[in-house]
Design a protein. Sequence first.
Length: 354
Amino acid sequence: MPLFEKLKDRQHEQIVFFREPVSGLRAIVAIHDTTLGPAIGGVRMRRYSGEDEAVDDALSLSRSMTYKAAGAGVNFGGGQAVVIGDPRADKSEALWRALGRFIDGLGGRYIAGEDVGTSVEDMDHIRTETKYVVGIPRSEGGSGDPSPVCAYGVVRGLEACCKVVRGSDDLEGIHVVVQGLGNVGSRVVDILAARGARLTVADIDDEAVGRVTSRHRVEVVDPDEVFDVPCDVFCPCALGEIISAETVERLKCTIVAGAANNQLADEESGTLLHRRGVLYAPDYIINAGALINVADEFHGYDRERALRKTGAIKQVLLRIFAGAAAEGIPTNKAADRLAEERIERIGRVRRTYA
Ligand code: NAD
C-alpha cells in the first residue's frame, strides 16, 4: 500500500524519517492523532526485517497510544518512534543524541519514552538534546520505573472485573493465573498475595519463577499450560497476541485481565471471549498506569497524584463494562468507543478560539 494510503487508512497525521550518517541512525516517528495533546509514545529499537515492517510497527503502535491516552483521561495524543538496528550492537551516545535533536526539531509534537530495546540510559542521552522525553529517574525528580504503578492499576482493574462477575471487589480467595513474572507480573503477584488471592504462576525464565517462589506460596505450572488451568482470572503479563481462537477455547476462567500490551491476536478474539461469557479488561485501559505515571512528569512528578489517577482505572473499566452490557457488545469494542468519543468531544471543545 502506498504510504499516504497507509496514513489515510488509520487516520495518521504524520510520519517522519530520520537519517544521520555519523551515528548510523535510521529512525521513524509516527504521529497518529494530536487532538488531545502532543503525541506521546515509546522509542522501540529492533532489528526490523525491512523498512515496511518498521513503518507498520510505528503506525500501529502510535495508534494504540492514541487510544490508551484517550481512555486513561490524560491529555496526550498517540505517537511512536522506531529505530532500525540491533539494540545489543548498534546503540551509542551519538545515535541517541542524533535522535534527540531530530525529536527536538518536531517542536513538542512528539514526546519520547522508554520501550522495547531502549533503557533509562538511552533516554538520558536523548534528554541531552531535547526536553521532549519522559521517564526520568526518581533520583532526578522524575517518575522512574513505571512497573509498580502499572501493577497497581492492573489490580484496581481486577477489582472492577470481580465486582461485575462476582458481585464483590474483594480479592481474597480468588484464583489468579499470572503469565509472566517480570517487572509488572511479579509486582501483581506481590499485591495479590497480600490481598489473600490464590496464585498460580508461569514464566519461561526459571530465575523469574524462583524470585517469586522465594517470597510467596504459589503454584507453578509449565508456561504451555497456563491456558488450561481452571481459575477465576487469567492475568497475561508477558507477551502480546496470546488471546486467539485457539487459546479462547482452552481458557477455563471467567475473567481475562492483565498488563500485557496487544493481548488480542485480532478483534475477533474479543468477540469470541464475549460469546463465551469471559469478561475481558481491555489491555490499553487496565495497563495505562505506566502512561499515567510518566505523563505526570509534565506537571512536576507527584507519586500520590499518579497513583490516585491510576486508581481511577477501576471506575473507567466499570463504565466500559456497563456500556458493553447495555449494548451487548464486546468490552474491547466498548473501550474503543469510549476513547473515540472522548477524542471527538474534546476535539469539538478545542475548536473554540482561546
Ligand atoms: P518483562 O520483560 O519485565 O517481563 C516479561 C516476563 O514474561 C519475563 O519474565 C519473561 O521471561 C516472561 N515471558 C516471556 N514469554 C513468556 C511465556 N511464553 N510464558 C510465560 N512467561 C513468559 O516485561 P514487563 O515490563 O513486566 O511487561 C510485561 C507486559 O506488560 C508486556 O507485554 C509489556 O508490554 C506490558 N506493559 C508493561 C508496562 C510496564 O510498566 N513495564 C506498562 C504497560 C504494559
